[in-house]
Design a protein around this ligand. Structure first.
Ligand code: CAA
Length: 386
């Protein structure tokens, strides 16, 4: 039985900041951000948006009444949880109007957990082939104003339906997961911004990619020629390039040049949104599928997932006939956003609910998203459908 991603959809906030403007404001050469880091724009998050509203917005884009009926389980993968106890999946299930006979759970392992969610969903569908699992990767990447990580922030969600006979990508069985207890990036319970050993994290990422890819090669006997493209977790787009170049070395043949072209196609959307943490690999996949000129049904795509702390997984899928029809148009989504100034971005950055324990009501007049975080009352978040 073929099991895999049946449909995908992406949602982000309506505002973005231009990183050339941010560079000038921070006294940095803009080329450092656009070339050295590989980012052009970054999603800005108003206080009326969080992982619940973003996750629900992404999921709403792919659901029809017929598809909704078959959803047995909602898995939300995130490292920007809004509660230490209650799963964001329950709020999202409610906002989407899903049946109460639905399993709802939240998963965490930094940027990696959506991949675990997909693998677990595959197992559920293998046991109960009539079921569909909704996996949502939703995050807000925050490092803090004026930090080296600031340029690698971002926000958004990717929702995916995992089912049998998928229309988009059938998952292959060989997959290699790899984990080690290290401190490259983490966020203590009392912090709203991540702590990071930035340079170390980039080295661990490359090492985990090579570990998982080499083992995959040993297990399957496949080589680079067997791949139409490799996609990467993309905390910033230069990181994907470092991963691929770590593998290619000085190879300059046709296979290497093709994989480099496909990497460029997979980076385009991330350049304009920034890090989605759990969703980044899946936005790279959407970027590849919507911007590559060379892919066809039957193409094998490699996916490298990485989460700090740290865990990596390399796995593969085969593209299905007509896959283009089963995603929302991300370029259009991004073109509809509105640019904000660096001062407006800083104001929004500082107005997040964060660790605030007081009652608060946000002004949502300028937020035209389908789902809104209205505020907090009696220590409970209040959500609204617009
Ligand atoms: N023109 C062109 N390029 C320039 C430049 C200029 N004027 N000035 C600098 N650069 C280049 C540098 O040469 C460097 O390129 P290479 O990495 O290819 O050598 C690049 O810009 C970055 O510059 P720095 O080396 O000075 O690095 P930095 O101190 O600005 O920090 C960072 C960069 C470590 C990525 C930092 O932004 C950070 O800590 N980010 C958050 C952590 C992160 O994303 N880690 C990724 C792996 S962990 C992970 O994947 C999980 C996750 O999502 C967090």
């Amino acid at each position: 039985m073929r099991i895999g991603i049946d449909r995908m959809a992406f949602a982000t906030t309506n505002e973005y900041v231009d990183l050339v403007e941010l560079a000038k404001e921070r006294g940095v050469d803009p080329n450092k951000f656009t070339v050295g880091i590989g980012q052009d724009q970054q999603a800005v998050v108003p206080p009326t948006q969080d992982i619940v509203t973003l996750g629900a917005a992404a999921a709403q884009k792919l659901l029809t009444p017929d598809l909704t009926k078959n959803i047995s389980t909602v898995i939300v993968a995130t490292e920007s949880g809004i509660d230490n106890s209650k799963a964001s999946a329950i709020y999202i299930k409610q906002l989407l109007g899903l049946n109460d006979f639905t399993r709802t759970v939240e998963m965490k392992e930094a940027c990696y957990s959506a991949t675990a969610g997909i693998q677990f969903a595959k197992g559920l569908v293998a046991l109960n082939p009539q079921e569909t699992v909704l996996v949502i990767a939703a995050d807000i990447a925050r490092y803090g104003l004026n930090t080296p990580g600031e340029v690698t922030q971002g926000a958004g969600a990717v929702a995916m339906l995992i089912s049998r006979n998928p229309h988009l990508l059938s998952l292959e069985d060989t997959t290699v997961a790899y984990s080690q207890d290290i401190m490259d990036f983490w966020r203590p319970l009392y912090a709203t911004e991540a702590l990071v050993d930035g340079k170390y994290s980039t080295n661990v990422y490359i090492d985990f990619f090579l570990q998982t890819f080499n083992r995959y090669q040993q297990l399957t006997g496949r080589g680079l020629e067997d791949f139409a493209a490799l996609t990467f977790h993309m905390p910033f787009t230069k990181m994907g390039k470092k991963g691929l170049e770590g593998l290619l070395g000085d190879r300059k043949d046709e296979t290497a040049s093709h994989l480099r072209d496909e990497l460029t196609a997979s980076q385009l959307f991330s350049r304009k949104v920034g890090n989605l943490y759990t969703g980044s690999l899946y936005l790279s996949l959407m970027s590849l599928l919507q911007n590559s000129k060379d892919l066809t049904a039957g193409s094998r795509i490699g996916l490298f997932s990485y989460g700090s702390g740290a865990e990596g997984e390399f796995y593969t899928g085969i593209l299905e006939e007509g896959y283009q029809k089963y995603m929302n148009d991300v370029a259009q989504e991004l073109a509809n956003r509105q640019q904000v100034s660096v001062a407006q971005y800083e104001k929004m950055f500082n107005s997040q609910l964060g660790m605030n324990d007081k009652d608060i009501e946000f002004d949502d007049a300028n937020d035209h998203s389908p789902f809104i975080l209205k505020g907090q009352k009696n220590h409970q978040r209040i959500y609204q459908i617009k």
